[in-house]
Design a protein around this ligand. Sequence first.
Ligand SMILES: Nc1nc2c(ncn2[C@@H]2O[C@H](COP(=O)(O)OP(=O)(O)OP(=O)(O)O)[C@@H](O)[C@H]2O)c(=O)[nH]1
Ligand SMILES: [Mg+2]
Length: 447
Amino acid sequence: MSKPDNKPPAANPAIRLVGLGETGVKLVETLAMIAPEGVVAHSLDTDNRSLSRCHQSKTFLLGQAIPCGLGTGGDSALARAAVESDSDDLAGIVEDADLVFIVAGMGGGTGTGAAPFLANLAKRAGALVVGVAATPFDCEGIQRCNQATGGLRDLKQVADAVFHFPNQDVIQLGDSDLGLNQALEIANRHLCEAVLGVSRMLLESGMLNVSFADLQALVRDRHSLGAVVHVEATGADRTDEAVNKMLSHPAVRGGETLKEANSLLVHISGTEVTMAEMNAITTAICDRAPAAKLVVGASANGSGESIQLTVVMAHTGRLAESGEEGAPPKPAPAGQESGSGFSDPFNAPGADSYLDLGSESSGTGRSGFAYTPPAPTADALTPECRDDLIREAAREEPNRAKRRKIVQEMLPLEIVSKGRFENSEPTIHQGEDLDQPTYIRRGAILN
Ligand SMILES: Nc1nc2c(ncn2[C@@H]2O[C@H](COP(=O)(O)OP(=O)(O)OP(=O)(O)O)[C@@H](O)[C@H]2O)c(=O)[nH]1
Ligand SMILES: [Mg+2]
């Protein structure tokens, strides 16, 4: 399904928010209250309970034909079956949208399984698709973390860009007494800022407008990963303070995200923003992002003496290089399967090589999780994959030659007493004493 070519250009881009699963629904409900006018919000879940709490968004119970009704209990395949069975209705939700935000928590069943499917529907309807995803705390376990990484990878393969906030990053903010609710609230604020920052940038008229075309030029079909950071500062040093707040944001990873960004959208808003302030902010950012294509916008919105800075950072690096999989892969404990996403979601363009997904990166070493890729089948190997494997094997070869041959020495086996059977009758069968071990009866030499 594609948009008719003769559609008259609208004044504003049609923005749709689609929340999937408990986290997605919660975020979209909040966003629906504070988003700029014109943004339409939809909450979709396999769980009726989360939908019954919605008042701001349009709700849709997924998988009534399956049926789920109370969620999937972490089963992303069930969620995928649910959205497939509803695909005609879901296509209507994303129809005629210019920009669709797919919002979900990864690691459970519904968000992980449904988000890539919805992203694909929206792409096929011609929209620019931006995923906004939370990933689990490390303490939620390796299986959930791996399932989240698989889902994130699948979403990235279909969406134009995915803004990702690991819940674990909240722990890095340092307050060890933080309650779970507070931690989730902080994570949710960052995720909401990503959607709000971009929506406001596109919908608010300003002095220097960032248009939908600018956003498209930066992210369409790039399958970027990235983050949106939104900070506010007041007072005489508001410029320095805004830059420092932005740089200390966990999503900026001490400047690392700026360094690897190839697209940056910087939006500054506030009353009486001076040229010197604009200059100071953009210089501070550009100095740290040498490779990035930059679009700058500014508006006079805001209150009092505050200045608001929104920075959209996107890079086309692979998931394993984005920092969150910087730590070596964690093996799944015995009895725990390492969850995964779908190996072939929708024949998505630019699909990542499985070789990159579990690899160590030279990133920041942030503790995290690692996706354990499924073993490749011969059919799945592209020529590039095959070349990578051959190179990998060649690197291994010299070490193989140096390996010491292991030689087992003569085992110190001796016949021990028969204990409490010492005085019992031997079991003789065809002339052999069956109470003796076979290797002794047969005179085998063990070495
Ligand atoms: N940031 C944030 N993350 C959350 C929140 N609630 C849950 N999560 C994270 O999102 C992941 C997925 O959880 P849910 O959204 O409840 O899962 P679901 O998509 O409803 O999946 P099922 O219930 O298994 O069908 C969890 O592992 C948490 O890490 C929240 O309020 N905020
Ligand atoms: Mg749920």
